[in-house]
Design a protein around this ligand. Sequence first.
Ligand code: SAH
Length: 373
Amino acid sequence: MDKNFQEEEFIKFTPPLYKQRYQFIKDLVGKYKPKKVADLGCADCTLLWMLKFCSCIEVLAGLDICASVMREKMHRLSPLPVDYLQPSERSLTVTLHHGSVAHKDPCMLGFDLVTCMELIEHLEESELQKFPEVVFGFMAPSIVVISTPNSEFNRLLPGVTLFRHPDHKFEWNRMQFQNWALKTAGHYGYSVEFTGVGHPPTGMENVGFCTQIGVFVRKYPRISEFSQSEKPTEAVYKTVFKAVYPSLKDEKYLQNAVVSEVIFTSQMIKQNLLDCLMSEHEEYDDDPTERKPKFQPSMNCFSEDLGKLVVGKSTEPFVNGNVVYIPLTTIFSFPKVNQLCGTLEKLRKLIAGKVMLSSDGSAVMFNTEHENE
Ligand code: SAH
């Protein structure tokens, strides 16, 4: 909701300030590669939506005290048809919770990065008091990012008298924010660095960034998810959305992907082989005016029995009667199949029962007679 009211309505930041804030987070994700990211005060989930495209992230969670604002656009966090057609290597779960940053809930444990963009200035005095203990004490992620308006910039924003937004409970200057941040960081064993987005105009540099940002990094590794003395807290948040993305880590999706790839690869090899044999046959055709393809797979030199004997040993695709045999080793040598399965054994296991195999299981079989069925 801030986006509609805020500073970018008056001063033109390019890109708009909220996008610069989100880009700041994306850059940080690119640098630290966190697997689990939570956005507190996620509003309409735009940041979460942007982060779902970061391939390092496996768990995304959003929290907001206002369920209706989260619901507005949360459908954007659902998997798309393409996610099912081409499942990704990574797993991804996106969850939205309804609740307050003033309360602890175990679903917020274990995160690597926690973002709080333009959140703290919306907190009541009593909530702001509890916020550090919940985020730094309880959640204790490796990195916390907090952004908030820099009130020193307000005089450059026409129309802003007291605060930039009617729901803001306070706005801090750089000194106020940095004092609060340093005290909080010191108390919970974090270091903090200050930066921001939204450069002031030339000649006004002394006011600082329009949005001030503190990046907090935990100084010591976490010993365990729960501190020894503390029992896991009871759940208080309500889950309003959950999406589990299809992933190749899930055997069901991996099998689908491998079977499709094997069929595609085998068809290609088979077609190449038949084209090859057909052109070889045409070369011996003594009447050049009659250049009709004369190759019939059944004319191939192998007899049924011979075919059975050689299939296990052959490393090259071959035709026997109406059947084309493509050794699994050939299929496995294709990079995509190789990458998906890792081992020949895994390939055999994943396609068993889904693709027709020779009796010794060493080759994929295609009957050229029933091509069009
Ligand atoms: N982070 C978003 C939205 C900022 S507006 C952005 O950068 O665009 C602040 C958001 O914090 C609102 O959606 C508001 O509903 C939410 N909020 C306010 N108090 C909260 C609280 N105590 N706990 C969780 N969310 C809160």
